[in-house]
Write a protein that binds this ligand. Structure first.
Ligand code: UT7
Length: 331
């Protein structure tokens, strides 16, 4: 094993201007602000209104924010990983377009899709590439235009999701800071509970699939909730034990923002104080691949060099996991 670790050296974030409030949803589906707030913690979410702009737009904006804060230049990037469940289009790599648009002319790039765990898995991948010595600067982008796959007449999904993007730069670190450990899992029996049924190779698009609304996200919320609580909390507790971390050793929990109640169950299982828990679900809802980098972007100024951070995510597949990382800089 090499002594080199992969640390985060810059972050960026972007959300579109348009705000979709709980109040506005009340006129679209049978719901109310009180129910949404109590059951999910969400007050509003952002929506990318321009129909011709896909997820790459959100990712590019997040990268622009990142590059405004670092001396690393786009041409210094070796690899761009675009974590997204809503690529601009099938087949043509959205990562390739994004990399070209931001001027990462010396990088190769690819998309990574594992629903809400895409960004977490991307952290593992970026880190492994750097530890191997193959690449130096890896840009990991997480962005999703969830509004493009949501049925705004389905109250079990439309209240939850929002659009957003985030980006982090991974670079080699010789001080022992950066990604320390990971536990990543999948369970394919979960795919019936959270999915878009049509549009893939199993059920290609047809008049019938459009009529049946099979191109929108379907979820059995109750079942997904139960799996999310037990698995995300379980794996976060497990990574602490594996690394001999007491609750007092953990500085921050950066958990996927799917439902405040899932995050609350996770930090309670870890015995953490609530002030160590990063939360922005109230403003953005569930932005899928963007939740973790948007948290980093919003809270960056509070992190200190050497802080112990536990990341956790759970999503479709099912897919989930936890990562232990030491923060590498003071802002
Ligand atoms: O990021 C990917 C992973 N996704 C998740 O982690 C999502 C996990 N699931 C959830 O977050 C929750 O299951 C939901 C927020 C989707 C739903 O919350 P819940 O507490 O599981 O509600 P429920 O589906 O059990 O419904 C409870 C009640 C029902 O009424 P009755 O049968 O008790 O009279 C529903 O009909 O709430 C009703 N309901 C609503 N009421 C107002 C369901 N959705 C709504 C709504 N507004 N939007």
């Amino acid at each position: 094993m090499s002594d080199v670790k992969a640390s985060i050296t810059a972050v960026g974030g972007y959300v579109p201007d348009y705000v979709l409030t709980n109040k506005a949803l009340e006129s679209m589906v049978e719901t109310n602000d009180q129910w949404i707030t109590a059951r999910t913690g969400i007050k509003e979410r952002r929506i990318l209104k321009q129909p011709e702009q896909g997820s790459s737009f959100l990712g590019i904006k997040a990268c622009e924010d990142l590059f405004s804060k670092t001396s690393t230049k786009p041409e210094d990037i070796d690899l761009v990983i675009f974590a997204t469940a809503t690529p601009d289009m099938p087949v043509a790599s959205s990562a390739a377009y994004l990399a070209t648009e931001i001027g990462a002319v010396n990088a190769f790039s690819f998309d990574l899709q594992s629903a809400c765990s895409s960004f977490l898995y991307g952290m593992s991948l970026a880190s492994s590439y750097i530890e191997s010595g193959k690449y130096q600067n890896i840009l990991l982008v997480g962005a999703d235009k969830m509004s493009s796959i949501i049925d705004y007449t389905d109250r079990s999904t439309c209240i939850i999701f929002g659009d957003g993007g985030g980006a982090v730069l991974f670079s080699p670190n010789n001080e022992g800071l950066g990604l320390q450990d990971e536990i990543l899992k999948t369970d394919g029996t979960g795919r019936q509970f959270l999915k878009i049924e049509a549009g893939g190779s199993q059920l290609p698009a047809s008049e019938k699939t459009v009529k049946n609304k099979q191109h929108f996200v379907f979820q059995d919320g109750k079942t997904v909730f139960k799996f999310a609580v037990s698995n995300m909390a379980g794996v976060s507790d497990e990574i602490m034990r594996k690394n001999n971390l007491a609750a007092s050793d953990v500085d921050w929990l950066v958990a996927h923002q799917a439902n405040k109640r899932i995050v609350d169950a996770t930090y309670k299982r870890m015995n953490l104080d609530s002030e160590k828990v990063l939360m922005n679900i109230q403003r953005y809802g569930n932005t899928t691949s963007a939740t973790l980098p948007l948290l980093l972007s919003d809270y960056e100024k509070q992190f200190k060099k050497g802080d112990n951070i536990i990341f956790a995510a759970f999503g479709g597949g099912f897919s989930w996991g936890s990562i232990y990382l030491k923060w590498a800089y003071n802002s």
